[in-house]
Each structure stands twice: as C-alpha cells, then as structure tokens.
Design a protein around this ligand. Structure first.
Ligand code: SAM
Length: 253
C-alpha cells in the first residue's frame, strides 16, 4: 500500500470508531433499512428482484447492506480496508440475522474470488479515497451479465462553497485538480482524489463494461449537521448514479 493510501486508511480507522461508539443508532438504522434512497431503489429494483449476490466495495458502516438484503439481495459481502469499519458493520448484521459478511481488504486487490457477484455496489463517499478507481476490480468480481452500481458525490462538489446565501466556487479548488486535502469531517487531513465524470465513465468502459445509465442530481447524499449551503438548493449537481453491466459473454450483451 502506498504512503498516501496508508495515511487515508489510518484516517478511516479513526473515523470508523464513531460506528462503534454509536452502535445503538447504527443498529436502529440497520433494522429500519432507510439507507437506500429513492434513486437507488428505482435503479436497482429489477436487479434486486433477481436476488443477486452483492459485493459492496468500501462498505463503511454497512447500512446500505442491510437495506440491500431487505430489498431482495440474497447476500452482501462488504469490503473495507478499515478493520474497525468491517467489525462495526458485522455486529448489527449478526444481531439482526442479515446475510451480510464483512472482509478487511483494499480495493483494488480484494481477497474474493472473481466472476460470482450479480451486483457490485459502491459510492456515497467511496471513490474519492481511491488513487485507482477500481473499475477493473469491479469487472473482475462480476459474473457475466452482472451489474455495477455507483451512487456517488458529484465530481464538482469539491468546488462548492458552503455559503448559505449564494452558491459559490472555492478559489482554492479546480475541477481538474488531481487531489486535495479533506477539510471536513469525517476524514479531515486525508487526501481526496478527484475523478472527473469523464474519467469515471472511461474507466468503466475501459474495464470492459457497458454503460446502461448515467444521471446527475441536485441533492447531496450527505448534509453535514447545521449547514444549509445554497449549493444544495437545486441548481447545481451534487450526486450522480451510474449503472453498468459486464457483458453476458465477450462481445455480446
Ligand atoms: C464514506 S465511507 C463510504 C462507504 C459507505 N457507503 C458508508 O456510507 O459508510 C468510505 C469507506 O471506504 C473505505 N475505503 C476507502 N478507500 C478504500 C480502499 N481503497 N479499499 C477499501 N476500503 C476503502 C473507508 O475505510 C470507509 O469506510
């Protein structure tokens, strides 16, 4: 693991202790299953109806996994390089009897066999920690015909100020910068990698997957408590979804 990735992993070990401290809240949220939003449920409905085996890359607190199982997934294997996050996600899943299992691993380089997942799910603050987007790893994990789903912060988000009156662009940021240092919770001081929408789509296609859907939305996936930025009032992109598929057989949809 390179030095920047190791420093980011340590930042996430520290940030993930919150999931241990706030276990009762985590358990309650996992039980009630609200952690897939309407966009995710709409795009994933048909796929989840087929009871896929899911791999969740950068699984964090695992709340989406509880919701995925409750919405039809046969099972979820979460992968996270923070052993604290993986442990904190396993506990409520076990207590609720959910078919979710967590492994400690780094993306790319996931310690799972390839070619078996019906759905690879990732996002909500996952890709910004990746110096390699991991699209080839997602394609490796998918069975032929399996889907990749990403619901993520829009690449333009690092540019937005949190001014509550007027949407604004930060003078210290560029859409085309390679990275910047995170200056908010939860991983303050960690290196955030910037991937343009074009780079994300190109990585997915280059990994051999077919792009089925790409959409941008004004609503952020996360609103830090107490902040109501004008950049979130509906005029600017704050999230996107991407659905892709590994062809059923080489060269055939
Ligand atoms: C903001 S969370 C997003 C995940 C989940 N959707 C959530 O909301 O908890 C980011 C997670 O990605 C993990 N992570 C970041 N880079 C990773 C990598 N290269 N391999 C595995 N896990 C990674 C971190 O440890 C953290 O738990």
């Amino acid at each position: 693991m390179d030095a920047v990735t190791e420093a980011n992993r340590e930042a996430w070990e520290a940030a993930s202790r919150r999931h241990v401290r706030e276990y009762d809240d985590l358990l309650a949220q996992a039980a009630s299953g609200p952690s897939l939003n309407a966009v995710e449920r709409g795009l994933l409905r048909d796929i989840l109806d087929g009871a896929p085996e899911v791999v969740h890359l950068q699984s964090g607190h695992g709340l989406e996994d509880a919701a995925l199982v409750q919405a039809g997934a046969k099972s979820v294997v979460g992968v996270d390089y923070s052993s604290t996050a993986a442990g904190a996600a396993q506990q409520p899943a076990d207590e609720l009897g959910l078919a979710c299992r967590y492994v400690v691993g780094t993306v790319p380089g996931v310690p799972l066999a390839g070619g078996t997942a019906g759905l690879v799910y990732t996002g909500k603050g996952a890709l910004i920690w990746m110096p390699d987007l991991g699209a080839r790893e997602a394609a490796r994990l998918l069975r032929p015909g399996g889907h990749l789903f990403v619901y993520e912060g829009h690449p333009a988000v690092p540019l937005w100020t949190w001014d509550e009156e007027t949407p604004g662009i930060r003078a210290d940021r560029s859409y085309f910068a390679r990275n910047h240092v995170n200056d908010t919770f939860p991983a303050r001081g960690a290196t955030e990698w910037q991937w343009t929408l074009g780079q994300v789509v190109t990585a997915v296609i280059t990994a051999g997957m077919e792009l089925l859907s790409l959409a941008e939305y004004p609503e952020p996936f996360w609103r830090p408590g107490g902040v109501n930025a004008a950049a979130w009032d509906g005029r600017l992109p704050n999230t996107y979804s991407l659905l892709a598929r590994r062809p059923a057989s080489p060269g055939r949809p």
